[in-house]
Design a protein around this ligand. Structure first.
Ligand SMILES: Cc1cc2nc3c(=O)[nH]c(=O)nc-3n(C[C@H](O)[C@H](O)[C@H](O)COP(=O)(O)OP(=O)(O)OC[C@H]3O[C@@H](n4cnc5c(N)ncnc54)[C@H](O)[C@@H]3O)c2cc1C
Length: 384
């Protein structure tokens, strides 16, 4: 078992670090404060291949393993978890289009999404169906060569600022098997965007409700087959959960580095606070939890790449563990900064605000436990 990265992987991570330091770090606080969705930065990320890291080459993606995607997202999240997290959602939606889209859909949208010229949102949650996503009620009806969609979605990241919506809608009976997935151009007549949500963090990306009123799209904008939509949505989310977990690892690494630096600068009682064993132990625990989280994420990434039968459970474990552990690391880093950690002069408070939501979205951490428990107790999986 080799835990070391290859030379290519190290070089790839370094390229992502340079990008994060040059294109995200200088602006992250301003994007947060002024709630700016940085389209130009996403286009520049696209030039590096970061908008389609694991999407198929046939649509211009890099088709790399999930580990490589994690290397990139971790570097970006260490300076700007909000912008990095939107990029992960775009990657997930682009992968779904590239993997299950028809030839005509891929021809029309594939390259534009992969290059970051066009951006995509993922639309599963509805006002009445969050954790119980399979109960969604947005409907899609086949009418000749089209589908017609009606219903509402809630909490859509990038909603109102993106160009393509991957929408899960009901084409059949109640339950997961009655759901299909569609690619819907975001400016199609009948789509309305609601008020931009005012959030605790993730301010460099908009979050809006969306309503669909008899929205007509070509029938070949269906992803996969009718009735496959929930399965595809969950496959997308397996990778999405690794990505979000990675954003927590990156943010925690950024917070840990800042705390370490601060401990060697700040003096109280006539010495650097780094000399207090209580803080030394805190820093040691922070690093331990970051390393453990990173290993969980990389294990889940390799299980997903190898189509392991328990991959979904590993992704859920990694998401639950890394988002909980790394949020705590950010809180600890804030504590080490004392009162200064509460001020916007330092990036710590932004890292705390941005990572809180990772415990809630792409399936809450309670739902991660539901997934893991079901795999062990109902499906009888022997996971070690
Ligand atoms: C900033 C932000 C961005 C988002 N972006 C997107 C997006 O781009 N696309 C998208 O589709 N969605 C998005 N979401 C929605 C997100 O995925 C949901 O908020 C999340 O899945 C939880 O659903 P809910 O808010 O309806 O909570 P609920 O499902 O109502 O849950 C409420 C509480 O009950 C708990 N709970 C529910 N069921 C169970 C159970 N069986 N056992 C134990 N506990 C349970 C939950 O864990 C939670 O604590 C976003 C949310 C936020 C906040």
């Amino acid at each position: 078992m080799n835990f070391n990265l290859s030379e290519e992987q190290i070089a790839f991570a370094e390229a992502a670090r340079d990008f994060a330091q040059g294109e995200l770090a200088p602006y992250a606080a301003q994007w947060d404060e002024e709630e700016i969705f940085p389209r130009d930065a996403f286009a520049k990320a696209g030039e590096m291949g970061f908008c389609a890291i694991y999407a198929p080459e046939s649509i211009g993606g890099l088709e790399l393993p999930r580990l490589e995607a994690a290397l990139v997202f971790e570097e970006m999240a260490s300076v700007d978890p909000s912008t990095a997290a939107f990029l992960t959602i775009h990657n997930m939606a682009t992968w779904m289009v590239g993997t299950w889209g028809s030839e005509s859909l891929k021809n029309q949208w594939g390259e534009a999404l992969s290059s970051g010229q066009k951006l995509a949102s993922y639309c599963l949650t509805e006002p009445g169906s969050g954790s119980d996503a399979a109960s969604l009620s947005t409907k899609a009806e086949k009418q000749g060569d089209n589908y017609v969609l009606s219903g509402s979605k809630a909490f859509i990241s990038g909603g109102g600022d993106t160009d393509l919506l991957v929408v899960m809608a009901r084409t059949g009976a109640e339950g997961a098997r009655g759901i299909s997935a569609f690619a819907v151009p975001a400016n199609t007549p009948g789509i309305e965007y609601g008020r931009k949500e005012q959030k605790m963090g993730w301010n460099s990306q908009s979050t809006r409700p969306i309503t669909f009123d008899k929205v007509k799209i070509p029938a070949d904008y269906l992803l996969g087959r009718e009735g496959d939509g929930f399965k595809l949505a969950m496959k997308g989310l397996d990778g999405g959960r690794i990505n979000i977990a990675t954003c927590s690892v990156g943010a925690a690494q950024g917070a840990y580095e800042a705390a370490k630096t601060y401990m060697n600068e700040r003096k109280q009682f006539g010495k650097h606070i780094a000399e207090f064993q209580a803080l030394q132990f805190k820093l040691a625990d922070m690093l331990t939890n970051i390393v453990a989280s990173r290993q969980m994420v990389r294990l889940a990434a390799s299980k997903l790449d190898s189509n392991d039968a328990n991959a979904s459970a590993y992704c859920a474990m990694a998401k639950r563990f890394a988002t909980d552990m790394c949020f705590q690391v950010c809180l600890d880093a804030q504590q080490i900064h004392g009162g200064y950690g509460y001020l916007k002069d330092y990036p710590i408070e932004r890292l705390v605000r941005d990572t809180r939501v990772h415990q809630i979205l792409e399936g809450t951490n309670e739902i991660m436990r539901v997934i893991i428990a079901r795999q062990i107790l109902v499906n009888g999986a022997d996971i070690r």
